[in-house]
Design a protein around this ligand. Sequence first.
Ligand code: C5P
Length: 285
Amino acid sequence: MIRAEAYAKVNFGLRVGRLREDGFHSVAGIFQSVHIVDRLTLDSADRDSIATSDGRPVADEMRNLAFRAADAVRSFAGSSRPVAVTLDKAIPAAAGLGGGSADAAAGLAMAGRFFGVEPAALTGMAPQLGSDVPFCLAGGTARVSGRGEKVERLDALSGFALAVVVPPLEIATPAAFRMWDRLDEPEGMRMPQSALPPGLRAEGELINDLYPAAVRIVPQLDDWRADLEQVWGRPVMLSGSGPSLYGFFVDADEAVGAADAIPAGARFAEAADLSVVGWRITNHE
Ligand code: C5P
């Protein structure tokens, strides 16, 4: 059996360009893996399955990205060997934290090990599974562009921690991009350079272009952002298409205090250290 961890991602800014002919938008930003962790296993079995580790069903089984990743690697390897995948989720879904993409990256990595497929081939399969999967497979800190498939690894950032809050709202990524088109490329949300940790200041201000679209879909998002800014006494940023929001803190202790202090009713509120990887195989059998 192969065990793996899959790490969530946060977008430090997300610039969006026009809708392309292939139905995607070009994007640009710094993406960062964080310690919000799904746990997965992959093992040989009599028939294909995906479930939680205690046997509960996983929604939309065969469209599950971890399973689809394993299946893609198996096809590439020319195998028909059935596999059992387990997935225990901690990364909130439909939150802008790349949970499904992280699972896909871990699925590629586990199946790559299982079926003997080289990392370079896994990298080639990642974009078909989703625009954030190439970043999640590379992990750590990276400058991402194209529709998400161009990933340039950067030196690890340090000297700060994040508190991440998911309001009780859901935003599907395609809906956020569609709304951005409908709003005719609205002005994004900005976090001034002066509010950034020193390691990120070289980037200038952070801008998330999807914020106005996210707020049009779920207007309460703007109230959550304003409340958090009040409670935390600092600017708060949207990750990806949201609704996850985050703030920068000097260290893990301060971020834990910030996550504990948030208004009642959030789907998720935790301190999240930066991770230097997007996934990790955690056993070596
Ligand atoms: O690639 P992924 O499956 O995550 O994308 C879901 C949808 O989000 C796409 O079908 C597209 O509508 C939108 N999207 C986009 N531009 C991107 C990434 C996603 O328009 N760079």
